[in-house]
Design a protein around this ligand. Structure first.
Ligand SMILES: [Zn+2]
Length: 387
């Protein structure tokens, strides 16, 4: 029977609602005899290690270190880090249809009042994640082998990362300290500079460091030495060019969109403008073998999100694009516009995304790469021989 997208979508929602939360990596609506569902969705899902390169899971117990009081001018997003008292990573991951999310914590939004606080806050969060993983009988993915095993056994996992390497504070040995705690993906920069030894200019503050600092270059080299994937989301163009000079491994920009793209969510587009990147910037990452992750922020719907992905693929090729939602794993909540294309409760984000990409003309091969294959390639290369 010819695939009819509208019917498929309605069936998808109805079947998913009936199935409730009883979904594994392949939700039940894909396993049935529903001729309106594109059969290629199941094929792509079975072959693809689905990965969200930038995801904010803040389950119970992961709030910033309670001993540190609130910081002056603390942004409201502080509260977002404590938002999900009943979230269990294992369950939500299975519901999403993804094999893995790169689990990130906005470290510079934690109450870091003096040197040492950022390290304490990050270690506190890692310990809370340890407890969550233990409760869900999960382990962090430390290598490509771990990601493959997670997919094969339908046991989702996380790649440990952090948004802003503010825990380093001039102490290079702290990179190895968190490596030993399971971190394999490090986003150097976010909004604020490292309190002690800044790593480089961001794309939201006026440039004042000359791009990547000398210490930032040391951190890139240390990541390459240890087998940690470097993530240059939020970095200025000069910072990326600086990293290009010293990096011996490909790096990624986990969550952004092209600055030529105006999505359907105009309010977010205006707010996020400084965080968008030029085609030239994206090509620097791609030419070095890396990946640019497309986020959901500029889209009001899944179909708009796929349009954003398509524009990035047209600019730098399907070998260099990934998904970086910058969301958590929860369903849409009232008043939280950034979550509208993460329909986790409606049968799984990733199956829905695969279906929409097929509908918009992506081939199964391209979806496999963008959906996680590219991340696996780069993560496998960077971590090879280290885990
Ligand atoms: Zn970010």
């Amino acid at each position: 029977m010819k695939h009819t997208p509208a019917l498929s979508r309605r069936r998808f929602l109805a079947t998913a609602a009936a199935a409730g939360s009883a979904t594994l990596l392949q939700p039940s609506w894909l396993k049935g005899e529903d001729s309106a569902v594109d059969p290629r969705i199941a094929q792509v899902l079975s072959r693809t290690i689905g990965i969200d390169m930038h995801n904010h899971v803040y389950p119970a117990g992961t709030e910033p270190h309670p001993q540190h009081g609130p910081q002056a001018g603390q942004p409201p997003r502080q509260q977002e880090q404590q938002q999900s008292p009943d979230l269990f990573i294992a369950e939500e991951l299975k519901r999403s249809g993804l094999t893995a999310v790169c689990a990130s914590f906005v470290l510079d939004f934690a109450p870091n009042n003096k040197p040492g606080d950022a390290r304490d806050n990050f270690l506190h969060w890692l310990a809370a994640i340890d407890a969550q993983l233990q409760a869900g009988h999960m382990h962090r993915a430390l290598s490509l082998k771990d990601l493959k095993a997670a997919h094969e056994h339908a046991q989702p996992t996380i790649v440990q990362t952090v948004e802003g390497a503010h825990f380093i504070e001039g102490h290079l040995d702290r990179v190895e300290e968190v490596y030993k705690r399971g971190l394999r993906h490090l986003q150097l920069l976010h909004d604020r500079d490292d309190m002690v030894s800044p790593l480089g200019d961001t794309n939201t503050n006026p440039a004042h460091l000359g791009g990547l600092t000398a210490f930032g270059a040391e951190v890139v080299k240390e990541c390459n030495r240890l087998g940690i994937l470097v993530d240059l989301a939020h970095a200025s163009h000069e910072t990326v060019l600086g990293a290009l000079k010293v990096a011996t491994q490909p790096f990624i920009v986990s969550h952004t969109s092209l600055d030529t793209h105006i999505g359907s969510n105009l309010r977010m587009a205006e707010m996020m403008k400084p965080r968008l990147i030029s085609k030239e910037h994206a090509r620097v990452v791609a030419d070095a073998g890396g990946i640019v992750g497309v986020w959901t922020h500029l889209a009001d719907s899944l179909s708009d999100f796929v349009v954003s992905i398509k524009q990035m693929v047209d600019a730098i090729g399907s070998d260099h694009v990934g998904i970086g939602t910058d969301n958590d794993l929860l369903a849409t909540r009232p008043g939280q516009g950034t979550n509208t294309v993460y329909p986790n409760m409606a049968g799984g984000f990733f199956p829905a995304l695969v279906g929409e990409m097929l509908r918009q003309g992506f081939t199964p091969d391209e979806i496999g790469k963008v959906g996680g294959g590219n991340y696996c390639r780069v993560f496998g290369k960077v971590t090879a021989g280290h885990a």
